[in-house]
Design a protein around this ligand. Structure first.
Ligand code: NAD
Length: 247
């Protein structure tokens, strides 16, 4: 691990353009479980069941069933950003990280102070009215306090939808995310199994042309074979703190 960290410090100090890609694994230390890790719901429940419910057609067909599941598994308890989030914000401030593309919907990068964040799966803190012509935005606290299962718009009574990308929907900021990744000199993936598309596809595309790929993840990922450096850890905060200290 010592050697791997030295290598990453060397790569980051030479790179003028380091981009970071994050998945659910960066937020487990903050207390939000991932889906594909040991305790994730893809292990405890069936992945197909999750895909069938957290789905735009299922939301339209049966918002009650959708919200029953969503409230239980996707509305995270109030948590603070972890050391890993703060370290990435610090690295950006110091000019060592240009931006972050994240699959997470927890807003923790932004709350830790990262500025250039592209949340391609949306923002779980926002709920948008689906009634044609309204689109009023509500905070998560409104949904938590709502007396019924399916929250309705405070302005017009329309059904609210979480501002996150459900199965069957397009990701947000597709081209901005892809451009940021493909223009990077060094790409650092943190806490992602690299199985969720299209983000995994962007990283794959990067790695077919360029070699400067670093992966920090607990367990294997789909692109371990293509990485210059792989750190297998569940203590991402400590690894990033060490990198930050040595840069
Ligand atoms: P994923 O594919 O990004 O997998 C998470 C990876 O992180 C796993 O390989 C796991 O072994 C690893 N990991 C877990 N804890 C770690 C740690 N402390 N340090 C380093 N690595 C660690 O993501 P997923 O869990 O399959 O989730 C799929 C999608 O669901 C996400 O892309 C996201 O949109 C959504 N989701 C979001 C959140 C969140 O916002 N925090 C949480 C769960 C799921």
């Amino acid at each position: 691990r010592e050697q791997a960290i030295s290598r990453i410090v060397d790569l980051m100090s030479k790179s003028k353009n380091t981009v970071v890609v994050t998945g659910a694994g960066i937020s487990t230390e903050a207390g939000i479980p991932d889906f594909r890790g040991e305790k994730g719901i893809y292990r405890t429940l069936c992945e197909q069941r999750v895909m069938n419910i957290i789905n735009i057609d299922a939301f339209k067909r049966n918002p009650e069933a959708f919200y029953e599941f969503y409230r239980k598994h996707f509305m995270f308890p109030p948590v603070e950003p972890s050391k890993a989030h703060f370290m990435l914000a610090e690295l950006e401030k110091r000019g060592f990280v240009k931006g972050i593309v994240t699959q997470n919907i927890d807003n923790l990068h932004q709350r830790a102070g990262s500025r250039n964040v592209i949340p391609i799966h949306g923002n779980g803190d926002r709920f948008i009215c689906t009634r044609h012509g309204c689109g009023h935005v509500h905070p998560a606290s409104y949904i938590e306090a709502y007396p019924e299962l399916v929250p309705l718009c405070e302005k017009c009574g329309g059904i609210l939808k979480p501002d996150v990308v459900l199965f069957g929907e397009h990701i947000h900021h597709y081209f901005d995310a892809r451009d940021l990744i493909l223009r990077a000199k060094l790409l650092v993936v943190i806490g992602s199994s690299l199985t969720v598309y299209p983000l995994a596809g962007f990283v794959k595309e990067f790695s077919t042309f360029y070699q400067d790929l670093v992966i920090i993840n607990k367990g294997r990922t789909e692109l371990d074979h293509a990485a210059l450096v792989k750190v297998d850890t569940d203590n991402t905060g400590a690894v990033l703190e060490e990198i930050n200290r040595r840069l």
